[in-house]
Ligand binder design. Structure first.
Ligand code: ZN
Length: 301
């Protein structure tokens, strides 16, 4: 009786409301841009993660996106040396539904071969565009491929559109615009905190608890530039930033939903399974409009 009381009133609220989140960065290493040389961006992210005391993140790499895979591997190795983990995001970043099983699995296998020396422990694979296929047969073929090659599907719980910020600030630079980084930063941080809380609330509604979250970010300019205010805002909002190895221990990432609505992450997918409704934090067009207002004082998307 006493134990029951203890669980219901003291522990249960903790399980429901614990806001824990791990960071993952896709599409690494990104090429040189208007803001960073490729290797300098990597160095900057590693330095900031250390300074911010952010535990183990996972870097989802595409080792064939740039010429010279040897230099790419040595760049990625820096993450490993700094205590972070590397995951396979395929070699060239194809979309499964566009290229089909043979080309996709060959590309993923090449990623596996090149990144193999950088792996540590359980291997993780993240589908580019979170596209696990809209075709059930193809999806199941890839699920089997992951089992055969000893991978786990590196699902995300918090989807968002962080990449659009990097795309837009680089586009503005190309057009010789003076970028108001402070305003872009405010929008970026607000958008990402909104996404984290949105999927946390959806999780509580769907599975009755707050899982250990995994947020999808990209190793891109804006994300690297604004990682300090993002980490500060998350912590201020009650989030604890945890290691990605700890987050993937949550059993939510072992779920294999029957539906193919994977593009907004596992929580949206489980919610669809339960309610039949496709609910996601989809503010892509709104963010584009707001970025255009900041960068060009224009309200066109
Ligand atoms: Zn990607």
């Amino acid at each position: 009786m006493k134990l029951n009381f203890f669980f219901t009133f003291l522990l249960l609220p903790y399980f429901i409301h614990a806001k824990e989140i791990a960071l993952t960065f896709d599409d690494s290493p990104m090429p040189t841009s208007r803001h960073f040389k490729s290797h300098e961006r990597t160095d900057e992210l590693i330095r900031k993660l250390k300074e911010l005391k952010i535990p183990k993140v996972m870097i989802f790499a595409n080792p064939c996106k740039r010429e010279g895979s040897a230099s790419v591997i040595s760049q990625l190795k820096k993450y490993r040396e700094a205590g972070h983990l590397i995951g396979n995001h395929t070699c060239t970043h194809p979309r499964l539904d566009e290229v089909g099983f043979d080309r996709f699995s060959q590309d993923a296998a090449l990623g596996d071969k090149l990144l193999g020396p950088l792996f540590l422990g359980q291997k993780f694979f993240r589908f580019p565009y979170l596209n696990e296929s809209n075709d059930v047969k193809l999806r199941d073929k890839m699920r089997q491929w992951l089992i055969d090659t000893k991978y786990r599907n590196a699902m995300v719980s918090v989807d968002n559109d962080d990449y659009i910020f990097s795309f837009k600030i680089n586009q503005a630079k190309e057009k010789d615009r003076k970028v108001n980084y402070k305003k872009v930063e405010e929008l970026f941080v607000g958008h990402l905190i909104g996404a984290a809380n949105f999927y946390n609330d959806l999780a509580v509604k769907t599975i009755g608890r707050s899982p250990k979250h995994v947020i999808l970010l990209h190793e891109m300019d804006a994300t690297v530039m604004f990682i300090e205010p993002l980490a500060a805002a998350l912590r201020k909002d009650g989030w604890k930033i945890i290691g990605v190895d700890e987050a993937y221990e949550d059993k939510i990432y072992l779920e294999e939903p029957k539906n193919t609505y994977a593009g907004n992450g596992i929580i949206a997918q489980l919610n669809f399974e339960k309610t039949g409704k496709k609910v996601g934090y989809n503010h892509f067009d709104k963010i584009k409009v707001e970025l255009n207002r900041i960068l060009y004082r224009s309200s066109k998307p």
